[in-house]
Design a protein around this ligand. Structure first.
Ligand code: G3P
Length: 222
C-alpha cells in the first residue's frame, strides 16, 4: 500500500519525507488555503520535498475551465496529478485530460456508482472519502470494499486512494480492503509508529544492557 500525506504544510511534509515512507501527497483547495500561498507556488514547493504523485485540485466548475486549469497545474512539475471533482463537468474534463495523456485524480467520491463512472472516464486515481461517510452515519470502509470488488471484476486500472482517513484503524482497514493508496493527515501517519510495547521493550533492553556495560543510550521520549 502506498502512503500519501494529505497536507500542504511544508514542515509536515519535510518531517514525513525524512521517514522515507511517503510515496506522494494529496492537497485540496482547503488545505492549500490554510498555508496562505497561491496553489502554483505551494505545489512547486511540495514537489521539491516529496518525489511522488502530488495531487493539485482545480477550482473551476465548468469542464472547459477544468481542462485549462488542469493543464496549467500539470506544467508545474512532472509529478503533478490533476485533481477534478466528481461532477458531470469533472468527468467530462477527466475524459478529455486522460485521452490527452494527463493523469487525473477524481475526488469527492461517495458512492460505488461514482467510482465506476470515474474508472470509465479513464481516471488514474479515484478518491473515496471514508471519514466523511462515517460522519453522516454510513460505513466509509464499505465503499472501499465495494470499489475494490468492482474494479477487480472489470480489470480497471484506476488506483483506489482511500481518503479522509482519520485514524490508524482507517489506514489498516483500507489496507485490508485492498486500497492501493491511503492518504492521511500527518498526525495519523505519525501515530502509525506508536505502540506502548515498543517503548516499554526498548526501555527494558537499554536498562538491561546498561546494568552490565554502563554505556547504553538513554531512550528518548520513553
Ligand atoms: O483527501 C481528502 C481529504 O482531505 C478529506 O479529509 O478529513 O477533510 O474529510 P477530511
Amino acid at each position: 500500500m502506498k502512503f500519501f500525506l494529505d497536507t500542504a504544510n511544508l514542515d509536515e511534509l519535510k518531517k514525513g519525507a525524512a521517514w522515507g515512507i511517503v510515496d506522494g501527497v494529496t492537497t485540496n483547495p482547503s488545505l492549500i488555503a490554510k498555508e496562505g500561498n497561491p496553489i502554483e507556488e505551494q505545489i512547486k514547493k511540495i514537489c521539491d520535498i516529496v518525489d511522488g504523485d502530488i495531487s493539485a485540485e482545480v477550482i473551476a466548475v465548468t469542464h472547459r475551465e477544468m481542462v485549462e486549469q488542469g493543464k496549467s497545474l500539470a506544467k508545474i512539475h512532472k509529478n503533478v496529478v490533476i485533481k477534478c471533482p466528481l461532477t458531470r463537468d469533472g468527468i467530462i474534463a477527466t475524459n478529455e485530460l486522460a485521452k490527452s495523456g494527463y493523469r487525473v485524480n477524481v475526488t469527492l467520491c461517495f458512492s460505488a456508482a461514482q467510482a465506476l463512472i470515474a474508472a470509465k472516464a479513464g481516471a488514474y486515481i479515484i478518491s473515496p472519502f471514508v471519514g466523511r461517510l462515517d460522519d453522516i452515519g454510513q460505513d466509509g470502509m464499505d465503499l472501499i470494499r465495494q470499489i475494490v470488488t468492482i474494479y477487480e471484476n472489470y480489470g480497471y486500472k484506476t488506483k483506489i486512494l482511500a481518503a479522509s482517513l482519520r485514524s490508524t484503524n482507517h489506514v489498516i482497514d483500507s489496507a485490508i480492503a485492498g486500497a492501493h493508496i491511503g492518504t492521511m493527515p500527518f498526525k495519523v501517519m505519525d501515530a502509525l509508529f506508536t505502540h506502548v510495547l515498543t517503548d516499554k521493550g526498548l526501555e527494558q533492553f537499554l536498562k538491561d544492557y546498561s546494568k552490565v556495560f554502563h554505556d547504553a543510550p538513554v531512550p528518548v521520549g520513553v
